[in-house]
Design a binder for this molecule. Sequence first.
Ligand code: ATP
Ligand code: MG
Ligand code: MG
Ligand code: MG
Length: 574
Amino acid sequence: MRASKYHINTLKEAPSDAEVVSHKLMTRAGMIRKLAGGIYTYMPLGLRVIRKVEAIVREEMQAAGAIELLMPVVQPAELWMESGRWEQYGPELLRIKDRHQRDFVLQPTSEEVITDIARAEIHSWRQLPLNFFHIQTKFRDERRPRFGVMRGREFTMKDAYSFDRDEAGAQASYDIMYQAYMRIFQRLGLEFRAVAADTGSIGGSRSHEFQVIADTGEDLLVYNPESDYAANIELAEAVALASERPPARDALERAPTPGAAKCEDVAALLKLPLTRTVKSIVLATDGDEGAQIWLLMLRGDHELNEIKAGKVPGLDQGFRFATEAEIIEHFGCEPGYLGPIGTARPVRVIADRTVANMSDFVCGANARDFHYTGVNWGRDVPEPERVADLRNVVAGDPAPDGKGTLAIQRGIEVGHVFFLGTKYSKALNATFLDENGKPAVMQMGCYGIGITRIVGAAIEQNHDERGIVWPMALAPFQVVVCPVGWGKSEAVRSAATELYEALLAQGVEAVLDDRDLRPGSMFADWELVGVPLRVTIGDRGLKDGVVEVQARRDAEAAKVPAGEALGEVLARMR
Ligand code: ATP
Ligand code: MG
Ligand code: MG
Ligand code: MG
């Protein structure tokens, strides 16, 4: 690629809404341009990186036996009604109508459509196992799109879906995907960790997230450096709370509540702007109904007014009145501690004190007192105090597996594998004839990778004060040839062009900067863009028969005989 014929448009200033370095650098390097909140154009340089991620993911998926197809972005509501998710999914699901007022969705994920395909296409046990995947645009109407492409509303995901004859087969398919994900993130050159995770709105019973380690990550991971134990803290917390092991439970109960507030009236509470992701809320009131606790459990990101209006799906166990005795009876636990309830997320009691008795919650005859917490740990919570708090609380306690002590770090969820069982196949009646000719329900798994999120996550891990530092596997260009004095010197022009063409002939993704810029701004551009290797060719060096080769991470350039530049670059790419 010749830079003069390409589109390079770097910016000095980062957009004012950019909170994290990857968002700033992607915009400044000209990789993305914002169209609307959480909706971006992938500019030529950005698209090159996205394609790199896609290619690695596609290769490893195919190597693991998955078969590529492409499902539509627009999906009819009927299928979502069949699975129950039309009701359950909540406001992240973007619903649209066609000219006949028929309901459709912009897909946030494709379990329904793939299960519809499976029930039509798979008839016999002989066709199983099967794993279909696609790399497709997703839309999720995130409550708070931010961090550029890391939490977009429109983004690209690789999603795969496995179908098996029985549970053992489905477990095997899950393990194959887990291993494929390990290879994918290794090849991408990222520091990552696989952690046990909650299943969220996708559902299912077993799940792991693949987390890129970064201080700006929205997730908190708890892990045991001396064993394999690693979990998203949401899950770790739940397990600890549910377990009969008091130390872990006590430790977590001592975890400070990030927000405890009081208000005079529940009505005022409902008007409170919720800037945080609230996972669970307990309201206590001594209102007309007598001493009661309102127990409210949320699974995801919901606004209080949506809950109040009954618009949050799956709240059948949620927004309701319960007496303290009822709670104790229902949850089988002492006051002050609630374990997992049904399929909903576990909650912990929330107050900044133990609910020893109702008077702890009830303040005065007409007062309303509420406490909230369960802020999705780490998300929207000022850092680093929160991590430090949590580290103080958890570190030093035994881990759930009884070995070593726990440590905490932050991560960016870039991949997620779920064991689904028959959740969707049962709902959509996806059956096949087994070896005995009897109909059986297919066992499923689903496996997502955030293609565009990976690009942001990679930058969070690989950057310095001058810009992005791409791992070779992701770089938009692998080598940039920078001629100093392009317009003036024939010798420079021919040496630079010769090397550039030799690199192309070797299959190297090289760019020749023939824009005739001053060295300072030329170097600044490529350092911002993050090209891993640079060869600088100038008259002064050529006089001594040398050119300069510099890796993006190197402090200084190495002088290399001009005739050996190609070999040097190729050696460094290995
Ligand atoms: P999060 O917890 O960050 O909201 P999720 O658990 O809702 O993610 P999944 O349903 O597991 O996401 O989707 C699979 C993958 O898609 C995620 O692991 C992530 O890499 C990616 N992804 C999810 N939401 C977004 C988004 N808003 N923008 C970019 N990528 C996303
Ligand atoms: Mg989400
Ligand atoms: Mg998640
Ligand atoms: Mg997830």
